[in-house]
Design a protein around this ligand. Sequence first.
Ligand code: FES
Ligand code: FES
Length: 163
Amino acid sequence: MSKSRNMTLVINGRSREVAVAANETLLETLRGIGAVEVKCGCEKGDCGACAVLLDGLAVDSCLTLTWTVGDRAITTVKGLGTADNPHPLQTAFADRGAIQCGFCTPGLIIASKSMLDNDTDDPSESEIRVGLGGNFCRCTGYNKILDAVIEAAQVMREEADVQ
Ligand code: FES
Ligand code: FES
């Protein structure tokens, strides 16, 4: 077993002390401390279920060694909104029926947030397909996911306009 060392991670705005082994992935660390909203799928970078934001950019946590994260802000889908005050992406995924089993949903919402914040706030359907190309869904057929992202993007633009 590889030796562990203590480090402080910033997860959804809160600092958390963790003991981390040199070969431990961020996915293992997060799920090990109860962040089970980060899903474990393929563990090899193919499915996107494990995506989290690192300083606002989506990464596959299964491909990220925890010790490399340093003090960058980690955001899971739980950090985007609450049941009482959901993020527009969370609302749109629910309203549009873009969630069936829901296993892919945390990763898809994280990847969508990263795309809308960093690439384009008004994506075309083909840009969404490219932006979410690393995220697999076995249930929805993707059309409802596309509808949800288009709807959320519009809400996010409107919210940005009034600020
Ligand atoms: S579990 Fe990380 S990409 Fe599939
Ligand atoms: S809703 Fe089931 S895998 Fe996407």
